[in-house]
Design a protein around this ligand. Sequence first.
Ligand code: 1GP
Length: 271
Amino acid sequence: MLPDEGLLNYILDRSFGCRHITLIDPGKQSSEIATRRAIACVNAGSRMIFIGGSTDTPDEVVHETCKSIQEALELQIFAASQDPTSNEETWRVPVVLFPGGAHALSPAADGITFMMLMNSESRKFLVGEQLRGAPHLDKFGVEALPTGYLVFSPGGKVGEVGEAQLIESNQTDLVKSYSLTAKMFGFKILYLEAGSGASTQVDESCISAAREVDELCLIVGGGIRTSEQAAKAARAGANWIVTGTLTEDASNMDELSQKISDVVSGAQSSS
Ligand code: 1GP
């Protein structure tokens, strides 16, 4: 069961401070490993799972991973509900698609970041992939979360594949203009991305410039690995911090839990 307030309201809710999203790339691990990692991250304080990343993952692989994570989360909630001494939350952490295009979709997800890569030079990422995906999402009944997506330098693979005009850290006026544009399009969420595995995270000045448009929910990701980095992004105005590489690089579940709880406390400490 999703939080009572509904998925979009849950995401927009600021009363919890800056929260953490675990990004799972189904193209980089089996669904079993992805599920064990997702559960460890949720137990360490992560409050949403994103499924996506690679540009060439087939639907079946994405679906298998979504289903497996959903089942494990449901089971955990059920187990907690049977334990009279437990005061665990009784709602399930949402599982949301974070697609690289119209191919990586699954009816088992609770929602999808329905994104416009606003600084792409390609029609494909501005509206083309969305046009191909919309009828499937409509059929699946997966909730579309209206999201603007901005890729910052260094940008990594997403910057390259998405043909993004990368935003540099001194272009704060441009960031503000993009944020206003996102709001005027009716987007509720703006995702500031430095690229998976980036050597530098999105600069605080750019996060603050986007934050000037107060209505938007800001998701910030790319290159965040430590509590301090998470705190920096949260202080500048991020509502959610995403980490992906951190999860893949952890050598075991204990290390993973520790790293996620560090990032979670960094994010929470500053908001
Ligand atoms: C990528 O922002 C995310 O879309 C996560 O980046 O893999 O560097 O954590 P990392």
